[in-house]
Design a protein around this ligand. Structure first.
Ligand code: AMP
Length: 676
């Protein structure tokens, strides 16, 4: 990894467990089915005692749905099995997750017994709903192990009157929720003594549904609709609603329900349209002095208050936090079961970074609503303190996925009581690799909850997440779907040699007005430290924010900047998204960001909440690969495009073409040399 800023929660996302003892459950790299040679080798090394350590294992080959591969490892009986395994592919099949416990037994006793009696190694890779079971060993031993597992599950199924186990059938089939897959040699097929029995898929499906129903059977009812449309909003014609949307940041909406297009609720124009029946909410809004709803709020409130799931594609600074918080307060307060009797929090907000989590919490506690209590749970924060607050009882949990997953796995938090879920900045959570943690968290949250998701962009990963975890959502886009830098910001580009950047930055600081406030973005933590100590020595008060600073120093830096004790913050991209400081007048890009998305996010730190702002970006010849995309963004924002930037983009294009041509020539030369 380069020295480009590693995001604050990366450590959580990549958390590696402590080195386990030889016979315990632990996450391992999932190997692709069928690559038997490598599986055998891995085990040999492990057995040899000098096996590879955690950090040096190869990158996992994971299916996107895999939530956390688990492998049972035991020594002893497999000492002689390595060579056999190197020749036989693993026998693979799938087992409903609910049956994995039966297979493993108490503290792994059952699976150990199975392994010892069959002489095979059994691997369990747990997925979202089902686990993949791999049996390693010679053909006969695999058959024996499979039959023993069949027998074990059969006995368990009979005693539980549930036939959730997929039996037999060596055909590669995909039956939607339950799969059985051949990855075994033909020899095993003929050697297997209990060939095809008919599979009762209907019963399997029914049992799965029954199991799901059982899992959620004792939950209290849930209430989602709290909207009473005002007469004025109800009387809006379709044309009026469309015109209003166009004039307000070009809002577009869609219904993503399959095979049906429901009416998208008309937008509200004043706060009373949404909250006239909720005087405490109105009092809070009056207290903070907001004049009117922001565009995302106007359209999101009527949708969320009616109980629909919502995807809000909006950047930070658009008022998206209140768009989900206000309806969330009402939702929490008006559930049929009183808050104190629900046995856990009712609302969960998942955010990608500590900074955003703290910011959402700050927003949350600004609006005291009926004594609703919130807590912020994030990696790097006081774990004991967080556990103590959670166990005493809170209504809203605002969390980063890594730490929440930790508390969930250790049973410090009950997520079954959550009825209102927010996935904030979903695109960023995916970028940071939080998908596995999110999947695990969501397994414990009731499926009939209401879910709101926000994202600044709408790439495939976010669409997939939305499809998996939201139910018949409506979507609201604010602004255009593709990259568009905030149009309230004037963007200036300065083409400059690398060695002159510091002097120019000093000149910029010297010409700042007393009321100006600037974030200087740099690419590396080292540069942030370097620049801030330089300026400090020159008597210029600055603060710095990057992932290598202690959490308390980061919070202090942010507080100093927010409260105006310093007017210059030197930061890495840790601060490029989500950071909400109203009065930033300038964004100064000392280093060009690593991609154009980050440029847009950085620029969005200024020109917030209806103000205007200015972004100054230093571009050196090393940044030429970004020139063309930058021109696109500038064009869309009607900004001045320097001639030098255009010629830089041209030169890069020529360079790319030349490179391509050279590659082609090289390839054809190689072919002719080889006699093609
Ligand atoms: P967000 O996009 O949630 O980060 O919000 C950016 C800032 O806008 C926050 O500080 C909010 O307090 C503020 N804000 C939210 N709603 C409004 C509104 N209707 N009018 C003015 N400011 C608002």
């Amino acid at each position: 990894m380069s020295d480009w800023e590693a995001e604050s929660e990366e450590d959580e996302a990549r958390q590696a467990p402590a080195k386990p003892s030889p016979a315990e459950w632990r996450p391992v790299t999932a190997r692709a089915s069928g690559k038997r040679g490598s599986a055998g080798k891995d085990d040999e090394e492990e057995r040899g005692g000098g096996g590879r350590k955690w950090g040096s294992r190869p990158a996992p080959s994971r299916e996107p749905w895999q939530s956390g591969p688990l492998e049972y490892r035991a020594r002893g009986p497999f000492r002689g099995a390595g060579r056999e395994r190197a020749g036989s592919p693993p026998l693979c099949f799938y087992l409903d997750n609910s049956l994995v416990g039966t297979l493993i037994g108490r503290s792994g006793s059952k699976i150990k017994e199975l392994q010892e009696s069959s002489g095979c190694k059994i691997q369990v890779v747990k997925g979202n709903y089902e686990a993949e079971i791999k049996i390693f060993g010679g053909n006969d031993k695999q058959t024996k192990a499979k039959m023993m597992i069949d027998d074990l599950i059969e006995r368990c199924s009979q005693s539980n009157a549930g036939e959730r186990y997929v039996k037999d059938g060596f055909k590669h089939q995909d039956f939607g929720t339950t799969r059985y897959e051949e990855s075994h040699s033909g020899a095993l097929k003929s050697g297997y003594s209990n060939p095809k029995q008919s599979i009762n898929w209907a019963s399997l499906r029914e049992n799965k549904a029954k199991y799901e129903a059982m899992k959620w059977a004792d939950l209290p009812p849930i209430e989602k609709c709290f909207y009473k449309e005002s007469l004025k909003v109800a009387s809006m014609s379709q044309e009026e609603a469309d015109r209003w949307r166009k004039e307000n940041n070009n809002i577009t909406c869609d219904d993503l329900k399959d095979n049906e297009k429901r009416h998208i609720p008309n937008p509200i124009c004043i706060f009373e349209d949404a909250f006239m029946h909720y005087p405490d909410i109105m009092a809070n809004i009056k207290k903070v002095g907001f004049q009117k709803p922001t565009p995302i709020q106007s359209q999101a409130w009527p949708i969320i208050l009616q109980g629909f799931d919502l995807i809000g594609i909006a950047q930070t600074g658009t008022g998206k936090t209140l768009a989900y918080l206000m309806p969330g307060f009402i939702h929490l307060d008006l559930q049929p079961i009183p808050r104190e009797k629900r046995g856990g929090p009712g609302m969960l907000v998942l955010t990608p970074t500590r900074e955003l989590a703290l910011q959402v919490e700050a927003e949350c506690s600004k609006y005291s609503y009926k004594g609703i209590k919130s807590i912020c749970i994030y990696g790097g924060g006081d774990r004991k303190g967080q556990i103590s607050v959670v166990t005493k009882g809170v209504d809203i949990v605002i969390a980063t996925p890594g730490r929440l997953n930790d508390l969930q796995m250790n049973n410090f938090i009950n997520l079954r009581s959550i009825t209102y879920l927010v996935l904030d900045e979903a695109d960023r959570m995916l970028d940071m690799g939080f998908e596995p943690q999110i999947m695990k968290i969501l397994l414990d949250i009731r499926p009939d909850r209401q879910t709101v998701m926000t994202s600044a962009t709408w790439p495939d990963g976010v669409r997939r997440l939305a499809k998996s975890y939201l139910k018949d959502p409506m979507i609201v886009y604010v602004g255009t779907l593709d990259l568009a830098a905030v149009n309230t910001v004037e963007q200036k580009i300065v083409i400059i040699p690398e060695e002159e950047k510091r002097a120019f930055t000093r000149y910029f600081i010297d010409t700042m007005k007393s009321e100006d406030k600037v974030i200087i973005f740099v690419g590396k933590k080292l540069t942030a430290d370097d620049l801030s100590s330089d300026f400090g020595l020159q008597g210029i008060p600055v603060q710095s924010l990057h992932g290598n600073r202690e959490q308390c120093d980061r919070e202090q830096a942010l507080d100093d900047f927010k409260k105006g004790r310093v007017r210059i913050l030197i930061a890495t991209d840790l601060a490029s998204r989500g950071l909400d400081v109203h009065d930033i007048t300038h964004v100064f890009n000392f280093d060009f960001p690593r991609n154009i998305e980050e440029y847009v996010h950085r620029v969005g730190r200024t020109g917030r909440a209806g103000r205007t702002g200015e972004a100054v970006t230093l571009v050196t010849r090393n940044d030429w690969r970004n020139a063309s995309e930058l021109i696109d963004i500038l064009e869309r924002g009607n900004q001045v495009i320097p001639e030098e930037l255009i010629s830089m983009a041209e030169r890069y294009k020529q360079f790319q073409l030349k490179k391509e041509m050279e590659k082609d020539t090289g390839r054809s030369r190689g072919r002719s040399r080889r006699g093609f």
